[in-house]
Design a binder for this molecule. Sequence first.
Ligand SMILES: [Zn+2]
Length: 181
Amino acid sequence: MHPYHAWPFESVPNHALLSALWEAFAHGTLCLIAVLPLVLRSRRPLVAAAAAVVGGVAIDLDHAVAAGSLSLHAMETMRGRPDTHSFVVALAAGVLVAVVTRRALFGWAVFAVYAAHLLLDAPGGGTPLLWPVADVRELPWLACPAGIVALAVGSALAARAHAPRARAAIARDAGRGRVPA
Ligand SMILES: [Zn+2]
C-alpha cells in the first residue's frame, strides 16, 4: 500500500480559502471523534467538544509561524509541513499537560487530538512524523481511519478508567454540601 502523494496539500486546487476551510472541517471532525468518549462523559460536553475542534485546527498555526505569513497560499504551498507536525511533539505535549495539570486524562486528550490531526496530514506526505527522532514523512492512507478508531478506543478506555474516581469526587462534593444536623 503506497502513501497518497498530494503535497502541496491544496485540497481544492488553486483555491487557498476553500482548501483551508476543508482542512479545518476535516481536522475538527476527526479530532472530535478521537476524544468523543471523553467529551460525552465530560461535565461540560459542549466546552470539551469546542476545545477538541479548536485545538485540533489550531495545530496548523505552526504553518503561519514557519511561513512567516498569514497568507493561506503561502502556508499551503511550503516545501513540507513544519517540524511540530510530529508524533514525538504530540507525545511531549501530552506529557507536559499531564504533568502541569496533574491530570493524566487531560494529557491523553491533548495527545489524542494532536495525533488525530497528524493522521489526516500523514498520507499526503511532507509531514515530519517522527521529528526529531527519525525521518518518516508519510503513512499509508489506511493509517488515518485505523488510527482515529484506535484513538477513540483509547479515549473510551481512559474515560472508563477515570469514571470511578470521578464518581468518588462527586460523592465527596455532595458530602461537603450536606447541611449539618
Ligand atoms: Zn496540519
